[in-house]
Write a protein that binds this ligand. Structure first.
Ligand code: MRU
Length: 341
């Protein structure tokens, strides 16, 4: 059964608490800007497109509260997480309408609808890639939870399955917060899509022994030259896939393409709390005196990407800049340059 990560009605943003999965499906109901900002910061709602939509509705709640103006409300939400450009695009989609005196709820809902439609189209664009690629590896969660519905990396898998492809998914557990084993596996299990969770450090073994036909991941930000910021560990998978001649695809809606950023070197990488690395489910796993570092993302150079699965087809990295310049590229969720964090 399909999942919807969040929905809005009458001044309430409801969302699945992604921290509680897979143990409990808990729905949180948010009515204030500060609650939405906190939910984004704590990964209660997560995944680039989902945080963009949550932030868009956070702006709607701020307008209803009436304490802040559009610029100040946008500042609160922009400060939550730095890497996913969708966050900034979602905020801007509503801020600009609010500043012009328009209907903010209609703006947020239109943003969400376009995003969901783009993710469905990613599924249609990418499904043919998986008709003969039976064993697919993915990293983190780029499913419906991360995108409101459909997913990015999981959308072609869903559409290919609907068309009768027999697929098996290798799910990287995705340390330290286990978005793979907790969330991707939860989505696949609900839909009875065959899969196995593997430790992050097992991916090289399966790639090098001919047990993976293709890799597909989502993205938090894609620079104009095709460099990709995504969940920490993505870079390693891309390098090992390249070494073993396994195609490596990145699926994303147009809002994830940062057309004004020349390359990935200047993408801000979020550094999160060291407790996320030192503890597992609240239990300390390292000596009390030890410290940790915890970058949440890495940047994969474009040369390791076989193709971008977009709502308007599969684009090779060398064609990306030209495609981003085309007014007709179908880019509907990210008009204009998003404000840089
Ligand atoms: O820290 P997270 O869980 O928000 O990171 C999410 C990812 O890295 C996803 O792969 C990315 O946002 C793509 S979501 C379609």
């Amino acid at each position: 059964m399909a999942v919807r990560a969040l929905w809005y009605r009458n001044g309430t943003l409801s969302l699945i608490d992604q921290r509680a999965l897979p143990g409990r499906t808990r729905i949180l109901r948010l009515r204030r800007l500060s609650e939405v900002a906190e939910a984004i910061r704590t990964l209660t709602v997560r995944g680039a497109p989902s945080i963009g939509v949550a932030a868009a509705y956070g702006m709607v709640l701020a307008r209803r509260e009436g304490r802040l103006g559009p610029a100040a409300a946008a500042r609160v939400l922009r400060a939550t997480r730095p890497t996913a450009v969708d966050l900034f695009v979602g905020i801007e989609a509503v801020r600009s309408v609010w500043a012009a005196g328009g209907d903010v709820e209609a703006a947020a809902s239109a943003y969400r609808d376009r995003l969901v439609e783009e993710c469905h189209r990613i599924g249609i664009s990418g499904a043919p890639l998986f008709q003969n690629a039976h064993r697919v590896l993915t990293h983190c969660n780029a499913g419906a939870l991360a995108t409101v519905e459909w997913g990015t990396a999981l959308a072609p898998i869903r559409v290919a399955r609907e068309r009768g492809a027999r697929l098996f998914v290798w799910v990287d557990e995705t340390r330290p917060l286990l978005q793979g084993s907790r969330l991707t596996a939860w989505e696949l299990a609900r839909e009875r899509i065959p899969h196995a969770v593997i430790a992050d450090n097992a991916a090289g073994y399966y790639l090098s022994t001919g047990q993976v036909d293709a890799v597909i991941v989502g993205a938090d930000r894609i620079a104009r030259n095709g460099d990709v910021a995504n969940k920490i560990g993505t870079y390693e998978k891309a390098v090992v896939a390249h070494e073993n001649r396994v195609p490596f695809y990145v699926a994303a809606p147009w809002s994830t393409f940062d057309a004004h950023r020349a390359n990935g070197r200047t993408i801000p990488v979020e550094e999160r709390a060291e407790a996320e690395v030192l503890e597992l489910a609240g239990h300390r796993m390292a000596p009390a005196a030890s410290h940790a570092r915890n970058p949440a993302f890495d940047v994969t150079p474009a040369r390791f990407v076989t193709g971008f699965v977009t709502p308007s087809g599969v684009v090779r990295p060398r064609d990306l800049a030209r495609r981003l310049d085309r007014p007709s590229r179908g880019r509907s969720t990210g008009r204009g340059p998003p404000p840089a964090p």
